[in-house]
Ligand binder design. Structure first.
Ligand code: CP
Length: 311
């Protein structure tokens, strides 16, 4: 693949393995920029990036903002609770108004699955999905893949276990669709109420036995319980969830010695992950956050018409 052809990044499901690898290779060059003394390049000078976050975020919003700043774009952050959305303006009208202000790229996070896809249909501006409901979180998946490649040197053939609340997780879906395309052996694990067997049709293994799920894993990606999306409790208590499915020290002692621990954040210490494990040298949680900058710089650059960058 010689050039990136898409104006929008909406999800991993629609991308080919070739496109995913192209994004990941492009991000390598941007990672080097982040390691320089002066971390800013003029690549997107004159372009306007608007972060429209209609759901809370720490990592993704800050990461997109910083990525746009490092590319010299003008960047505006819209806080939905202080916008005219609360006065009844529709998402479509809000987006059209942002485009009328000459936004070149709109980065959107929304609680409704499909919101970015809806905007992309009528906007000339590029639309980047920063997380839509329980549907997709493509840049999180890309930074996960980038981190796995950086640490393990490859993705193909690795055993990747995603453990936790799969049903309500956009990260799980984007990771699953991406990692299976890249040749990983993906296992989804957690309580039966949060990890339905239906996911097997996407080419992964489903198990409700955590010890079996983590035993041979090269990568363990933990997910928090998405309380904000669950309409009813999927298990009796947090304590029971932690006892049965949390990565505690006992279980950690039984995983492969070189297995790496990932988490998209925010982490709930002492629930899905023991606090010491989160801070251990086997955890790459904060390296994932750093790599998010490189990945998002690449996405902003390529979706605004940039061509391949040489690393
Ligand atoms: N991983 C992630 O999406 O974190 P935020 O919700 O803080 O953006």
């Amino acid at each position: 693949m010689k050039t990136w052809q898409r104006k929008d990044l909406l999800g991993m499901k629609d991308l080919s393995a070739e496109e995913i690898l192209f994004l990941l290779d492009s991000a390598k060059a941007f990672k080097q920029i982040g390691e320089r003394k002066i971390k800013k390049v003029p690549t997107l000078r004159g372009k306007t990036v608007i972060n429209l976050f209609v759901e809370p975020s720490t990592r993704t919003r800050t990461s997109f903002e910083l990525s746009a700043i490092r590319l010299s774009a003008d960047v505006i952050n819209i806080n939905a609770s202080a916008s005219s959305l609360v006065k009844g303006e529709t998402l479509k009208d809000t987006a059209l108004n942002l485009q009328a202000l000459n936004a070149d790229i709109i980065v959107i996070r929304h609680s409704a699955g499909g919101a970015p896809h809806f905007l992309a249909k009528f906007l000339k501006a590029s639309v980047i999905n920063a997380g839509d409901g329980a549907h997709e979180h493509p840049t999180q998946a890309l930074l996960d893949a980038f981190t796995i490649r950086e640490k393990k040197g490859r993705i193909e053939g690795l055993n990747v276990t995603i453990l936790g609340d799969i049903l309500y997780s956009r990260v799980a879906r984007s990771d699953l669709w991406m990692l299976t395309k890249l040749g990983a052996n993906v296992t989804l694990a957690g309580p039966a109420t949060l990890v339905p067997r239906e996911f097997e049709k996407f080419g992964c293994r489903v198990t409700h036995d955590i010890d079996e799920a983590i035993r041979d894993a090269d990568v363990i990606n933990l997910l928090r319980i998405q309380h904000e999306r669950q309409r009813k409790s999927a298990f009796p208590s947090i304590g029971e969830y932690t006892a049965l499915y949390g990565l505690n020290k006992e279980r950690f002692a039984r995983i492969k010695p070189d297995a790496m621990i990932m988490h998209p954040g925010p982490i709930n210490r002492g629930v899905e992950i023991d606090s010491d494990i989160a801070d251990s040298d086997r955890s790459v949680i904060l390296q994932q956050v750093t790599n998010g900058l490189a990945v998002r710089m690449a996405v902003l650059y390529l979706c605004s018409g940039g061509q391949k960058v040489e690393s």
